[in-house]
Design a protein around this ligand. Structure first.
Ligand SMILES: [Zn+2]
Length: 110
């Protein structure tokens, strides 16, 4: 069972992480505009630009996924159901939650 202090620590971690990821998402929007297709660049550069866009899109998809998980974690904190393994129902280690506060499984079920 997590102590109140540990829960406060984890809530801070989650809130900071959410803010960081949101800031990153905004930053990547500007980057996408910076590599907008330019008719004067050669085929290879265009391919590079397309690949970079794919990479940026994939990174953005991962960020959105992580945001969703962190928001769920915040809801669970509010409801008092945070930190329980969704598979076996055991408490998830504080150490594990500190590394990934969005973890939904304990280390044996992950
Ligand atoms: Zn478990």
């Amino acid at each position: 069972m997590l102590t109140a202090d540990q829960l406060i620590d984890l809530e801070e971690l989650i809130v900071e992480e959410l803010a960081r990821i949101r800031a990153e998402s905004e930053g990547s929007g500007e980057e996408r505009e910076a590599i907008a297709p330019d008719v004067s660049i050669g085929r290879l550069s265009r391919l590079d630009a397309m690949q970079m866009q794919e990479v940026a899109k994939e990174a953005q998809r991962r960020r959105e996924e992580r945001l969703a998980l962190l928001e769920v974690a915040l809801d669970q904190l509010d409801e008092g159901t945070y930190g329980r393994c969704s598979r076996c129902g055991e408490d998830i280690d504080f150490e594990r939650l500190k590394v990934s506060p969005e973890a939904t499984h304990c280390s044996s079920c992950a």
